[in-house]
Design a protein around this ligand. Structure first.
Ligand code: SF4
Length: 362
């Protein structure tokens, strides 16, 4: 049975169990709720890269930091379709489109994204978007276009979130998730470990996710990839043991959720990834890039699947394909709302320093 009343103490006690016990328990929960030999494969596509006004300390796409990434404007629908077809032919059942926006704004660009959603849905693939904060009406418009999932990560615990981002608050994240829940779109939400947070913060993030009712249908667990020029450029990479504990704990407290190995997989050996699959991870991001950071190539992943006897999960195995309504027949129209997303604006010293450093480099 899925519990929605987990406490931080309970989650910390699970995370800190002797490793063999933790893995055994997680693998047992995993087998009860999922086929342990199936792994869902998603391709992440950056449809609009860089130039983001936010100050997320881990992100090379924030305009205020000086990083090497090449930005691009919103891709065309035909470009996205070509990439989706490529992803499908290499074994992906889902395309996740990411745009470096603070929040969705009604207008031409959002209409184009809705058309991308319709196009990929027609390819019989699951479509996910990660576009920043959304209102209830925008979530319903995405649902109507045929969106399967919306990603909005909580990133960390509420307390540590304030140490990483100052341009929006934790409540904005929760409000967006709640707006998505008012539509038929499933929720994808997870976070990043290795940003300097404590074990208590990792448990705090899992409390926030596991006490959502219903829990997210998918949860990406990212390992920070420190990128030069970002405030977190000097963070030590986390070890496989920490990833393993986080995956296993997530599996135990969120038994039905698809737990996704996300950023940081290039630093994990096949043996390490195999242990994560054993501990309950049952999804990966495929493709040589994760938005802007490196990722193992698809052929390597498929070779690893063969070695481990894993099979890619088919599209719509967990939930049926959403119907897609054309723009002309849509019953939800743009409301041009002006939602009051917060902007706490507190000082995060390392973010301020990275911004100042970037100015001297331009
Ligand atoms: S994580 Fe998203 S919102 Fe934050 S700076 Fe990067 S692109 Fe912008």
């Amino acid at each position: 049975m899925t519990r929605n009343d987990w406490t931080k103490e309970e989650i910390l006690a699970i995370y800190n169990k002797p490793l063999m016990e933790l893995l055994y328990e997680a693998a047992t929960v995993h087998r009860k709720h999922h086929d342990p030999n199936k792994v869902q494969v998603s391709t992440l596509l950056s449809i609009k890269t860089g130039g983001c006004p936010e100050d997320c300390g881990y992100c090379p796409q924030a305009a205020r930091y000086h990083t090497d990434i090449e930005g691009n404007d919103l891709m065309s629908v035909s470009q996205v379709k070509a990439q989706a077809l490529r992803a499908k032919s290499s074994g992906s059942s889902r395309v996740c489109m990411g745009a470096a926006w603070r929040n969705v704004k009604d207008g031409e660009e959002f209409d184009k994204v809705l058309e991308m959603v319709r196009t990929i849905n027609k390819l019989d693939m699951e479509v996910c978007c990660t576009l920043g904060m959304v209102t209830e009406n925008q979530a319903k418009r995405l649902a109507e276009a045929g969106l399967y999932a919306y990603n909005h990560n909580l990133d960390s615990s509420e307390e540590y979130y304030k140490e990483v981002i100052s341009t929006r608050g934790y409540q904005d994240r929760l409000d967006t998730i709640s707006n998505v829940r008012k539509s038929k779109v499933t929720v994808c939400s997870g976070g990043i470990i290795g940003m300097g947070e404590s074990l208590g913060d990792r448990a705090g993030m899992l409390v926030a996710l596991a006490t959502l009712n219903p829990q997210p249908e998918s949860t990406p667990i990212n390992a920070l990839v420190p990128v030069e020029g970002t405030p977190l450029e000097e963070q030590q990479k986390i070890s496989i043991w920490e990833m393993l504990r986080m995956v296993a704990t997530t599996r135990i407290v969120m038994p039905e959720t698809q737990v996704r190995l996300s950023a940081g997989r290039t630093d994990m050996s096949r043996e390490g990834q195999a242990m994560c699959f054993f501990a309950g991870a049952n999804s990966i991001f495929a493709g040589d890039k994760l938005l802007t950071t490196p990722n193992p190539n698809v052929d390597d992943d498929m070779e690893m699947f063969k070695l481990l006897g894993l099979e890619p999960q088919k599209a719509f195995e967990k939930k049926s394909q959403p119907q897609s309504v054309s723009a002309e027949e849509s019953k939800y129209k743009p409301l041009n709302e002006k939602p009051k997303w917060s902007r706490p604006g507190h000082t995060i010293v390392r973010n301020v320093e990275a911004k100042a450093k970037a100015k001297t480099k331009v």
